[in-house]
Design a protein around this ligand. Structure first.
Ligand SMILES: O=C(O)c1cccc(C(=O)CC[C@H]2O[C@@H](n3cnc4c(=O)[nH]cnc43)[C@H](O)[C@@H]2O)c1
Length: 252
């Protein structure tokens, strides 16, 4: 029996689950920051290959799915198969493109873009869409993005495309190439596109929220501000109007 069939059978027996928000982060410290921002405690629900933190005071489940798009997609898919969600968010720390998204900034994605999914050609990089396969872009529901951006305006949130990369940018040349290819890019991280692919296959809307721990550019481990970014992540989840976001996303 599939996980979805299990969920359907459970719903028939005990009534449908209320649509919830699934938050997919990469690592446990990010999950802890998100949970600190939300009201009440959380209980743990087992999931194939992981565990969900179900928040008691808000319709939110938090899942640390691993680093990178493949781990994130697999983890998100397992949760989406087992429970009913109205919205999925890929969240966590990320690199910020200067000058719009400095360290500590909060970024709401208006596009989730796979930035290195493609092929090098003699004419330069060609993404998989140009090669004739699939997509490299998911667009979160604009009304939900606008609602999140308004709710986070007091935290100085910026809105823009968030790039998903499998290799963290480590040079000024690569940062410039990404910014040229993706005008207005606000941040890069490693999971958003994987979460978005899983959400799309399950027919659930998705958005991405990142707080900036380091600039996108030359590698400088001394410049990382992970604590600052985690504190911003906690503040962001404390400020998000979760039920209204789920409702707005459902309208889109
Ligand atoms: O070794 C490095 O130079 C380095 C620089 C930044 C981040 C890393 C990571 O391995 C963190 C990966 C983890 O955090 C997210 N993240 C944070 N900053 C970035 C970034 O600038 N570019 C891409 N991802 C970033 C990412 O989503 C992962 O979950 C290593």
């Amino acid at each position: 029996m599939t996980a979805r069939a299990v969920a359907d059978e459970r719903n028939e027996q005990s009534g449908p689950e209320r649509a919830r928000l699934l938050v997919v982060v990469a690592v446990p410290v990010e999950a802890e920051a998100v949970l600190r921002g939300l009201p009440g405690g959380a209980r743990v629900l087992p999931l194939p290959g992981g565990e969900l933190h179900r928040v008691e005071g808000s319709p939110v489940d938090v899942l640390a799915g691993g680093v990178g798009p493949a781990a994130a997609a697999a983890a998100a898919s397992a949760a989406l198969a087992a429970h009913r969600y109205g919205l999925v968010v890929s969240a966590g720390i990320g690199g910020g493109f200067a000058p719009g998204a400095p360290v500590g900034a909060t970024v709401v994605a208006d596009a989730i873009v796979a930035a290195d999914l493609g092929a090098e050609t003699p004419e330069g990089f060609a993404d998989v869409t140009e090669l004739g396969f699939g997509t490299v872009r998911h667009t979160p529901p604009p009304a939900a993005v606008a609602l999140a951006a308004r709710a986070l305006a007091g935290l100085g949130a910026v809105t823009g495309p968030v790039l998903t990369v499998s290799t963290v940018t480590g040079s000024a040349e690569r940062a410039a190439a990404l910014a040229t290819r993706h005008p207005g890019a606000a941040a890069e991280a490693m999971e958003g596109f994987g979460v978005a692919e899983a959400a799309a296959r399950h027919g659930v809307p998705v958005f991405e929220l990142r707080t900036v721990s380091n600039p996108v550019g030359p590698r400088d481990r001394a410049a990382w501000r992970i604590g600052e970014a985690l504190a911003a992540l906690e503040r962001a989840f404390a400020a998000l109007p979760v039920p209204a976001l789920i409702e707005e996303a459902g309208r889109g």
